[in-house]
Design a binder for this molecule. Structure first.
Ligand code: ADP
Length: 155
């Protein structure tokens, strides 16, 4: 049976932190699906279309990495695509506490069928997060050092 992992998130926008986690996790799975969670009643900062386009561009040379969108519970999406693993990145102890609760509950409500796998962020990427990039972009600052190569952020 193929080992499929879902890497869920808002990716608003994708950062070199996300890129690094996915590339490091790739040897562990047959396939990784980057699943952009959305809420139809709440638009993100960048459009869903742009966010997907940027992720596709980032992993265009990786046939085992695909991009999809989902609304609702992450575990329902995992069941739909037959993924037994949820991949997440951990930057700080705050991330850990937040992720612990979600992962434990996801395991409970999936009858112990879906495991969360965590990778610790590379130290130099710990401070990078999408919300800071949005803030810099909003004020006209340079964002290129935080986002994967070849992407130019635009609204
Ligand atoms: P969410 O809103 O679900 O946290 P994000 O798009 O912000 O979605 O993050 C998706 C995943 O990527 C999360 O597991 C998050 O911890 C991880 N992540 C975000 N930034 C980094 C980074 N700089 N290094 C490693 N992992 C990161």
């Amino acid at each position: 049976m193929k080992k499929i992992a879902v890497f869920p998130g808002s990716f608003d926008p994708i950062t070199i932190g996300h890129e690094s986690i996915v590339k490091r996790a790739l040897p562990m799975f047959d396939k990784i699906i980057i699943a952009v969670g959305f809420n139809s009643s709440k638009e993100g900062f960048f459009t869903l279309k742009k966010r997907i386009e940027w992720i596709k561009h980032t992993f265009k040379d990786y046939p085992n990495i695909s991009v999809d969108t989902y609304e609702g519970l992450t575990i329902d999406y995992c069941k739909k695509v037959d993924a037994k693993y949820i991949l997440r990145g951990l930057r700080t102890s705050t991330d850990f506490e937040y992720e612990r609760t979600i992962a434990q509950n996801n395991r409970l409500i999936s009858d112990d069928k879906i495991e969360s796998i965590f990778l610790l962020t590379s130290p130099e990427l710990t401070a990078i997060n999408s919300s800071i990039i949005r803030e810099i972009f909003h004020h006209g600052g340079a964002t290129s050092i935080f986002i994967p190569k070849g992407i130019v952020l635009e609204k």
